[in-house]
Design a protein around this ligand. Sequence first.
Ligand SMILES: Cc1cc2nc3c(=O)[nH]c(=O)nc-3n(C[C@H](O)[C@H](O)[C@H](O)COP(=O)(O)OP(=O)(O)OC[C@H]3O[C@@H](n4cnc5c(N)ncnc54)[C@H](O)[C@@H]3O)c2cc1C
Length: 308
Amino acid sequence: MCKLQGLNLSDDKVFLNANLKDYLTFKVDSMVKAIIEPTSVKELIIAVKYCNENNYDYKVIGNGSNILPIKSSLNLIVITTKKICKQAKKHKGLVTFSAGTYICEAVLWCKNKGLSILEKLYGLPATIGGAVVMNAGAFGGEIFDKLVSIKVLENGKVKTLKKSQMKYSHHNTSLIGSGQIVLSATFSFEKCSKAEIEQAIKDVLAKRRAKQPKGYSAGSVFKCVDNIPAGKIIEDAGLKGTKVNDAVISTKHANFILNNGNATYKDIKILIELVESYIKKVYNIELKREIEYLGEQDDSNRRLPYSH
Ligand SMILES: Cc1cc2nc3c(=O)[nH]c(=O)nc-3n(C[C@H](O)[C@H](O)[C@H](O)COP(=O)(O)OP(=O)(O)OC[C@H]3O[C@@H](n4cnc5c(N)ncnc54)[C@H](O)[C@@H]3O)c2cc1C
């Protein structure tokens, strides 16, 4: 591909034959056809419509903190929401954030206004859009708890979806695979003193630091099994510290795989498969992945028939 002909965005927002590495918290190499970096919701809509109209497979990503590419080269255009100018708005007892806003930015913005909203998720390296799509959660809270509605782009049209129009459960929503692109999300909040919110943030950060390792990862690799943390099962199996080259099962939290610097997507995938097959063999438990493989058949956001 030499140019995205007809895409109405400036050249400094379009990177052809680009490496996804810096867009993923796993920091592994994987080439894609192009990476588009819209800087506004309007430009995000332009990019998505362009891909739909030209029948390009594409994937909208946030901070890439739940994604492992599984090929060295992907036939995809990636559109990141990370560079979208952060927008936050308080209106009629609600707050709205644009999809590319980081969770931490949203919490701090609210804190400065004395609004309690998503403190339990503080420290999650996610965007609002990515967290809504996955119904991210931590320490007994989920992003859907205070979600009121979202704006999505669907079939080229912007529409509002109320919470009641979406299905959601632990780390799962009906948005996954729907082809709907989240543009913004609106939440309710509670009035609270800044000091109380600050304390809540400190408490959550302390818990996160105590439980989770530092380093390049995509958070928990596997889902809970009947409410038993996958990390406990993997730890009990004695797999902490198991390595494939620079991919290693954290010694602090057995459900985290770390890239110690030079791990490839293959190293991480082999390690994931090794854990899956060992746990199946020893306990007859089928672990389900929480992280998303990018490059599996049919994982493009170009899902729904597009009407011009
Ligand atoms: C250190 C670490 C700790 C973590 N801890 C937790 C935790 O405590 N709890 C938890 O739930 N998760 C955790 N995670 C995983 C991850 O942060 C969450 O899954 C998060 O929701 C992903 O957000 P993201 O913006 O990075 O999305 P991405 O990883 O970029 O994308 C995730 C999915 O959402 C889709 N998507 C993203 N933005 C949009 C959009 N605007 N419109 C449509 N689709 C979109 C993507 O296509 C993809 O399918 C952790 C990850 C790391 C690295």
